[in-house]
Design a protein around this ligand. Sequence first.
Ligand code: HEM
Ligand SMILES: *[C@@H]1O[C@H](CO)[C@@H](O)[C@H](O)[C@H]1NC(C)=O
Ligand SMILES: *[C@@H]1O[C@H](CO)[C@@H](O)[C@H](O)[C@H]1NC(C)=O
Ligand SMILES: *[C@@H]1O[C@H](CO)[C@@H](O)[C@H](O)[C@H]1NC(C)=O
Ligand SMILES: *[C@@H]1O[C@H](CO)[C@@H](O)[C@H](O)[C@H]1NC(C)=O
Ligand SMILES: *[C@@H]1O[C@H](CO)[C@@H](O)[C@H](O)[C@H]1NC(C)=O
Ligand SMILES: *[C@@H]1O[C@H](CO)[C@@H](O)[C@H](O)[C@H]1NC(C)=O
Ligand SMILES: *[C@@H]1O[C@H](CO)[C@@H](O)[C@H](O)[C@H]1NC(C)=O
Length: 355
Amino acid sequence: MKYSIANSLLCIVFLGLFGGLPLSSYAQLSPTFYSKTCPNVSSIVTDILTNVSKTDPRMLASLVRLHFHDCFVQGCDASVLLNNTATIESEQDAPPNSNSLRGLDVINNIKTTVEKSCPNTVSCADILTLAAQAASVLAKGPSWIVPLGRRDSFTANRTLATVNLPAPFNTLDLLKSAFAKQGLNTTDLVALSGAHTFGRAHCSLFVDRLYNFNRTGSPDPTLDTIYLQQLRNICPNGGPNTNLSSFDPTTPDRFDKNYYSNLQVKKGLLQSDQELFSTSGADTIKVVNKFSSDQNAFFESFKEAMVKMSKIDVLTGTKGEIRKQCNFINSELTELGLATMTQQESSEDGILSSI
Ligand code: HEM
Ligand SMILES: *[C@@H]1O[C@H](CO)[C@@H](O)[C@H](O)[C@H]1NC(C)=O
Ligand SMILES: *[C@@H]1O[C@H](CO)[C@@H](O)[C@H](O)[C@H]1NC(C)=O
Ligand SMILES: *[C@@H]1O[C@H](CO)[C@@H](O)[C@H](O)[C@H]1NC(C)=O
Ligand SMILES: *[C@@H]1O[C@H](CO)[C@@H](O)[C@H](O)[C@H]1NC(C)=O
Ligand SMILES: *[C@@H]1O[C@H](CO)[C@@H](O)[C@H](O)[C@H]1NC(C)=O
Ligand SMILES: *[C@@H]1O[C@H](CO)[C@@H](O)[C@H](O)[C@H]1NC(C)=O
Ligand SMILES: *[C@@H]1O[C@H](CO)[C@@H](O)[C@H](O)[C@H]1NC(C)=O
């Protein structure tokens, strides 16, 4: 009698812990997630990026952007990496990504190398996150500890990529709401925009500011006149607008606080950049001034915001899968005849899903 009451109490406690809520709500990201199963993963990422950055320093910026474009679209789940197939409408063809995403091959190289050391273990979503952190470090930016344990999605959403990813001609209000939708506040917006301290942008994305801003027939008044002339030289009026400009002309590949000092002297490249400083009365102005005068404050806020962004709607526990090849979900990889290994369900998954 006593025994069975104890049993049913145990059962209630057990159901309370594991039955009432989806198990995945208990699965949390952890920096030590791969410490037993793939202890070398972060050194593999760093080694490959060290190599790549010697011939293509811009790639470090491209990888930080790739992680951002993953996380803002149904969470950090490697959905951005999926190619078009029968069931997938690739996010890579959404306007904010098309002709501008870089680093897909680098991520595939990392994944192939990681699979050799630890097959079927490390998700593509975690590789994107680790690559963004390693890229920051290699560009002399901040370092931080990366929470791990994300799993990869079965889906992508091109429409959501178009809707959720902010545009270079967005006003401050729109930028704030795009970030708020992801749980990121105004300080996060200003700190993360500081990633525009390195990398490049195509003329097509800011050329209206040089010749016909907001259909006024004149340049953007918030653009420094000497900088305006420099940008006009890179992007001639009526040109194909396929040239690139550095975000930060002084240290184009280095992660530093110059982005903010550029904004203070009207040298933001995109409208969305300059909005942070030139919108009258905006609460972002004092944050720009703070980061411009204190690189440590910028780095601290950037780290905090990157970790926050890296946790958006992650798939953990029994959700999602570990893709074998980052551009395809495993079931379609088999159909495409690209699989070299058979899909294996982990026994842990089997036990958990039967509860
Ligand atoms: C605030 C809203 C943002 C807008 C409107 C925006 C827009 C853009 C645009 C239009 C480009 C140029 C793309 C091209 O020409 O191919 C770009 C590049 C870049 N963005 Fe952003 N971005 C934003 C926020 C962010 C965030 C949050 C990050 C990362 C934390 C980021 C990282 C980058 C990097 C590193 C590049 C250079 C990429 C390269 O050189 O390949 N951006 N962004
Ligand atoms: C881990 O990486 C180091 C170098 O980064 C290498 O020397 C070592 O062999 C690797 N270990 C395994 C198990 O792959
Ligand atoms: C780095 O590049 C060299 C030459 O391209 C290559 O031999 C080496 O294997 C590469 N190392 C890594 C870790 O990718
Ligand atoms: C995936 O699509 C990209 C273009 O977005 C292409 O370059 C790449 O070759 C494709 N990958 C595979 C494995 O088909
Ligand atoms: C994409 O996201 C939108 C907006 O959340 C949603 O309405 C739609 O059903 C999603 N499409 C797919 C294919 O998941
Ligand atoms: C663009 O022009 C419209 C009016 O035509 C105005 O309401 C809007 O504030 C302008 N945008 C900017 C960024 O100046
Ligand atoms: C940009 O492209 C134009 C052609 O549209 C070319 O004549 C010019 O030299 C390029 N400028 C730079 C700085 O790349
Ligand atoms: C914004 O979020 C950061 C963490 O990323 C936090 O430190 C800060 O206090 C928040 N700011 C506001 C105004 O809520």
